[in-house]
Ligand binder design. Structure first.
Ligand code: PEP
Ligand code: MN
Length: 373
């Protein structure tokens, strides 16, 4: 059960203290207070955990300071959608709003190689009005002898250049909790010119200790990749780990499933799950066409498979696109064969715009229908 308190309630106020005293006296029930910084107000939610079946919604709703009560199903208590659940599903970070209704492109380097590539990417993004990017500093690699990323060494110039070109949010994968501190230090050192969304890669979707650590910090929002070899439910539970530790500013990103059934694509594209994740949870949903498809192969229509896959995700309502670009893919240290070039940026963005417009028209059409689900 979730108790939604009156907006901007003060933890030192009399109603709040009376409510807490009441909750503490409930037998077999623990509670956890969670502050949600929405786009317009701060909401306090209290999660009641344990034997809540006997609690009466009406009675709980009449406790001091309580505005609403949500009875949650067992699955995805915090990130999930529940009956009569009108909690805001959006969050804002460094001036960028993330929700299930809008769309952001996070284009950039799979792995940072040098300042020149970083600058070329950021310049291209700025030229095309983009304020988000991807930049890989810590790379989890299958082969121990492969390039592992420049790690903390590259952060100062990545952040400084992001500030120079007005990039507000960089999706950056972390593979260990100590890297959060490195990112924080580098941001401070550069004067906080940009923001970072901590990316948890597909190999770490079920690294529960990492999830707990990342969930306990609320400075950075999180981009959680779907696990490549586990069920959707298992991956969504990973998102719930983040939220239950305190951070529900999570974007969930589909990135294809590992199976040779998807050949010749690198992974089996799973973007038909965009509406499923939006239905089951309140998280914005991203797609990663680069790691799903894994090549620049094109169809006879002249459109690359990965752009077709992008369009499939966007026309289904995706809210973020995480996509690899490199100024000179042949020289990229990681995943060059799947990178687009800055020269292709206008083509890519226009193709995305067409797909998004089609999605919006489909949504408007659906809104005119009286029958349906
Ligand atoms: C990435 O986005 O750079 C990446 C390694 O993706 P994934 O974790 O989905 O393989
Ligand atoms: Mn990659």
């Amino acid at each position: 059960m979730i108790l939604i308190l009156e907006p901007n309630i003060d933890a030192t106020s009399e109603p709040y203290r009376r409510l807490m005293a009441h909750l503490e006296a409930l037998e077999g029930i623990r509670h956890r207070v969670h502050q949600v910084h929405g786009t317009e107000r701060v909401l306090t939610e209290i999660y009641l955990i344990g034997n809540t079946a006997n609690l009466q919604e009406e009675e709980m709703g009449s406790l001091p300071g309580v505005e609403r009560v949500i009875r949650v199903s067992d699955a995805y208590r915090i990130i999930g959608r529940h009956r009569d659940d009108e909690r805001e599903a959006a969050f804002s970070y460094n001036g960028v709003e993330f929700s299930q209704d809008n769309l952001h492109v996070f284009a950039g380097l799979c792995a940072v190689d040098n300042p020149q590539s970083v600058e070329a990417m950021f310049r291209t993004l700025a030229e095309h009005g983009q304020t988000c990017a991807r930049m890989g500093a810590y790379k989890p690699r299958t082969n121990p002898y492969s390039f592992q990323g420049h790690g903390s060494e590259c952060l100062p110039y990545v952040f400084e250049l992001a500030g120079k070109y007005g990039v507000r949010v960089i999706a950056m994968e972390i593979t260990h909790d100590r890297q959060i501190e490195e990112i924080e230090q580098a941001l401070e050192g550069a004067g906080n010119p940009t923001g970072v969304m901590l990316q948890i890669g597909t190999r770490n979707t079920q690294n529960f200790e990492l999830l707990k650590f990342v969930g306990r910090q609320t400075r950075f929002p999180v981009l959680l990749k779907r696990g490549f070899g586990i069920t959707l439910e298992e991956s969504l539970n990973a998102a719930e780990y983040l939220a239950t530790e305190g951070n529900s500013h999570v974007v969930f990103c589909l990135r294809g499933m590992k199976t040779n059934m998807g050949d010749p694509h690198r992974n089996f594209v799973d973007f038909a799950h965009v509406p499923v994740v939006k239905r089951l949870t309140r998280m914005p949903v991203g797609i990663d066409p680069s790691h799903s498809v894994g090549s620049r192969a094109a169809g006879p229509d002249g459109i690359m498979d990965m752009m077709h896959a992008t369009a499939q995700g966007v026309i289904a309502g995706a809210n973020m696109i995480l996509v690899d670009f490199h100024p000179d893919p042949k020289r990229a240290l990681v995943d060059g064969p799947q990178a687009l070039t800055p020269h292709e940026m206008p083509f890519f963005l226009e193709d995305v715009r067409i797909a998004r417009e089609a999605y919006e028209r489909r949504r408007a059409l659906a809104a005119t229908q009286t029958t349906g689900t």
